[in-house]
Write a new protein. Structure first.
Length: 201
């Protein structure tokens, strides 16, 4: 594709690096930004700069947070006897949208995937083990990982690590289709999967 400006081309190439955005969509977005008032574009870039500079991860559960500890971990009304283990922060958002879960979370930061060079040491598994071992209030660990080969591998690994601790290990019910991602599941299906969770293994 030929571009009328190197500046347009550079912007399109950068935006097209985002997941799910091809060159045509990127071009439409760039041309839209060119038409907008300069203040709007500046507001967008300043927001992204603040995001990169100030975003943090909760010291307890590792989800994205503005502060040292996220709002869920700080909420005294949450049921701290249940820890729901998920892959990424977006899965926390998906489960929260169901309004079916009142416990707390632990974000692994990915799943075990030898093909992509991700092993157990690359995830927040050690902090999960420390958290469950040190806190006698935790009675149940819910494995809410996407039902893919990598997700199942990670779940089995976690089950082996946790099974000697005095906690119940459950997994969400298989209302989520095989090969699907939690973030794309509808809220009713995801909510039922949480409430109808089953013992793991």
């Amino acid at each position: 594709m030929e571009y009328p400006s190197r500046l347009i081309e550079d912007a399109v190439n950068e935006i097209a690096k985002l997941p799910g955005i091809g060159k045509k969509t990127a071009l439409r977005l760039v041309l839209h930004l060119v038409k907008e008032k300069e203040e709007k574009t500046r507001s967008l870039t300043e927001s992204l700069n603040r995001l990169r500079s100030n975003i943090r991860f909760c010291k307890t559960c590792h989800t994205i947070s503005d502060e040292e500890e996220c709002t869920i971990c700080r909420n005294n009304r949450r049921d701290r006897s249940m820890v729901c283990v998920v892959e990424e922060s977006i899965d926390v958002m998906a489960i929260e949208n169901t309004s079916q879960y009142t416990g707390v979370y632990h974000v692994l930061g990915g799943i075990i995937s030898p093909i992509h060079g991700v092993g157990p040491g690359d995830l927040s598994i050690d902090s999960l083990m420390s958290r469950v071992s040190a806190n006698q209030d935790i009675k149940e660990v819910i494995l809410a990982l996407s039902p893919t080969l990598e997700g199942d591998t990670t779940a089995f690994y976690l089950h082996r690590k946790l099974r000697d601790l005095p906690v119940k290990i459950t997994s969400i019910a298989r209302g989520i289709p095989m090969g699907g991602d939690l973030e794309f599941a509808d809220e009713i299906t995801l909510g039922r999967s949480i409430t109808a969770r089953v013992l793991f293994g």
